[in-house]
Design a protein around this ligand. Structure first.
Ligand code: IVH
Length: 661
């Protein structure tokens, strides 16, 4: 078999397995076997770039981030649907439809109302050409590159022109796994599958989208070159035949009784469905009737969304606990008398933060209504005040972190309380260690999540300074740590001991101090000592440091544990270059004049580069000028420099000189 044929076979096989997995839900090979096929195709395409094609499954991995999304004007508007909550609304809908059509009985196509993000997919000449979000219904965002990464969206289909509408969503089990990964990586968890899916689709970096477990379900054909089907049910069958995933739980029913029966049927199986739904959708099945019914404002008269209420239950608050997240955020959590709601037994409900808790006025002993909102984190909806035990005390956030005892702080402009323990608080340790080791901080390669988990869980490392006391022996006792990786890590740790002040400041993980603030702080203070001593106000003299940042730096440094960690880092041999702030002796300061246009940098950048080395830039040429830097189209200043016999530097010479200054 030649390579071309092999590549084609592999592509077909991979797409077939994608379909079996995502569309049919009946995978025939293991993940490892799938990965092997995928890697073989990747290798083939790498070796023979001429074999690459836009519809290859290898192109589902995403590409370089976009600066922004383009706009897409939908050829057919993306409409909304009228909502109904009560059975009576449904009966009224059916009556209106019958009356408008002058008939007694209407068949409806019924589907679950998927709780995801609506998208429109356009296929031209058999290839997926454009994907867009709904936007305002008329104009959406061009998210084609992101949607290409969604495995259940066919990259090719047998159609000359086709506009498919559907929903991008995440299965609940995939969502749970994603949140578990987020948690383990110390990243923010998502609120619910819909938010996670919507966020992933609207990601500017499509490689991130590619890493999210998104799925697509088609629910309508908005346009096609030829429509040879008569009903919505047939349209869905056609979509299925073309390779699109379509909800299996759909049906065709008759009249209001049929609609209500379907509603109850789906409601009963709601918790067993792999995806979240917030209702069911009814559509008049006959397309010619749909057309006759037309639209009212932005919603079609032929469709109705019948919503399910979020399930609520009543129970008792046994206590209020405070949990510390990885960023130090304190979350009050109500401990509940176990209650079955939305398909699961709930024992905890989030109270979000103190002001939310106050607003609802939740107290220990209260009888409360709880709800599983969007089927995820249960929350307390309201308090039955009449059932409150006498003298139930107000709940206050603790002044000390329940995990580490450090002071709890709250900035006025934030709703959350935070533990100021930072590096010291075990709840925050793993995150702090990972940040400390990260590439732009101390750049300790090999110190990943799995290792940090082990180090913290076994009590081997409590703070970043303790990383420097690790021995080969200790490291080798860990899982997945051989002699060689232990030696590598020790070498990395050794290397990282010598660093720059800005890296060190950044590595400490002070809230609101990113890389660029760390750099400015390093430049301003020159060394760690003066920075640690500085009063809050003094930080305001640093470029881009405002009151919020100044306060968080001071708070961090005022925490004795953090000071101890800094001292220990020094004790364990961490050294940094001091940043020279002392002015150069007068005689050594060179005076530059810039003229003309430089190709590699702006004037401001050139000036900053000169000043960073302690030299000066003057506006006009004089006998005292040491160098004139002449870019393209240099004019009068260059002439004057020549007349005075000054040293003129071309851009290349200037850059070389900068390095040696
Ligand atoms: S049909 C003419 N069917 O609900 C009606 N919409 O439409 C066009 N949705 O955000 C929409 N599941 O994304 C239709 N089976 C389904 C749906 C569905 C979810 C969403 C849709 C849009 C909203 C209103």
């Amino acid at each position: 078999m030649n390579v071309e044929e092999r590549a084609r076979k592999l592509r077909a096989a991979i797409e077939q397995h994608n379909r079996l997995y995502y569309v049919e839900d009946t995978p025939e090979i293991t993940d490892a076997e799938y990965d092997a096929l995928f890697r073989e195709l990747q290798a083939l395409e790498a070796e023979h770039p001429e074999l690459r094609s836009a519809d290859s499954p290898t192109q589902r991995v995403g590409g370089a981030p976009l600066a922004e999304f383009g706009e897409v004007r939908h050829r057919t508007p993306m409409l909304s649907i009228s909502n109904a909550f009560e059975e009576e609304d449904v009966r009224a809908f059916d009556r209106r439809v019958c009356q408008a059509l002058g008939t007694e009985r209407v068949q409806y196509a019924t589907e679950p109302k998927l709780d995801g993000l609506a998208v429109s997919l356009v296929y031209r000449d058999g290839a997926f050409a454009q994907g867009a979000t709904r936007g305002d219904g008329t104009t959406g965002e061009d998210v084609t590159v992101n949607l290409r990464t969604v495995r259940s969206i066919p990259l090719a289909t047998k159609a000359k022109y086709l506009e498919v509408r559907g929903e991008v969503l995440m299965y609940r089990r995939d969502f749970d796994a994603l949140n578990k990964r987020q948690r383990e990586a110390g990243q923010k968890e998502y609120v619910n599958p819909r938010n996670a899916a919507a966020g992933a689709v609207r990601q500017l970096d499509s490689r991130i989208t590619a890493s999210r477990p998104l799925r697509f379900f088609a629910y309508a054909i908005a346009a096609a070159e030829r429509i040879d089907w008569q009903t919505q049910a047939q349209a869905l069958e056609r979509l299925e035949a073309l390779g699109f995933p379509v909800c299996k739980e759909r049906a065709v029913v008759e009249g209001a009784p049929g609609l209500l029966e379907y509603y109850r049927h789906i409601g009963g199986m709601r918790d067993e469905l792999p995806y979240a739904i917030d209702g069911v959708v009814y559509k008049v099945n006959r397309l010619d009737w749909q057309e006759r019914l037309g639209f009212v404002s932005r919603a079609p008269r032929f469709a109705l969304a019948h919503k399910y209420p979020a399930e609520e239950q009543t129970t008792q608050v046994l206590g209020i606990e405070v949990q510390v997240g990885r960023t130090g955020a304190l979350t009050p959590v109500a401990k509940l008398k176990p209650v079955f709601v939305g398909g699961v037994t709930v024992t905890n409900a989030t109270l979000h933060n103190e002001s939310e808790l106050r607003r609802k006025d939740v107290r220990i002993g209260d009888t409360v209504v709880v709800r599983r909102a969007g089927d995820v984190i249960p929350e307390v909806v309201s308090v039955k005040k009449e059932a409150r035990p006498r003298n139930a005390p107000l709940f206050h956030m603790p002044a000390k972190c329940p995990v580490c005892g450090s002071a709890v702080v709250k900035n006025e402009d934030e709703a959350v309380h935070r533990c100021s323990g930072g590096l010291y608080c075990p709840a925050q340790r793993k995150q702090a260690l990972l940040h400390f080791a990260s590439r732009r901080a101390m750049n300790i390669e090999g110190l990943g999540e799995r290792l940090v988990d082990q180090l913290v869980d076994r009590g081997l490392v409590g703070n970043p300074a303790e990383l420097y006391k690790l021995t080969a022996e200790t490291l080798q006792s860990l899982d997945r740590m051989g002699k060689k990786s232990a030696a590598n890590l020790l070498r990395e740790l050794e290397r990282s001991r010598k660093t720059s002040l800005e890296r060190l400041i950044y590595a400490l993980g002070i809230r609101n101090v990113g890389e660029s603030t760390a750099r400015d702080l390093a430049r301003h203070f020159g060394d760690l000592e003066p920075l640690a001593r500085a009063a809050e106000d003094e930080f305001l003299h640093v470029p881009d440091v405002g009151p919020i940042v100044a306060r968080s730096i001071r708070q961090f440094l005022d925490e004795p544990h953090n000071r101890q960690v800094i001292d220990e880092l020094v004790r364990r041999g961490v050294r940094w270059e001091k940043v020279s702030r002392a002015p150069r002796p007068a005689g050594q300061v060179k005076s530059f004049v810039l003229t003309g246009t430089l190709s590699g940098m702006t004037r401001d950048e050139a000036r900053a580069a000169i000043e960073a080395k302690g030299h000066k830039v003057a506006g006009s040429v004089s006998k005292k000028t040491d160098y004139v830097v002449a870019g393209e189209d240099a004019g009068a200043k260059l002439e004057r420099a020549r007349a005075l016999g000054l040293t003129v530097l071309e851009e290349k010479e200037f850059i070389e000189m900068l390095q040696n200054l």
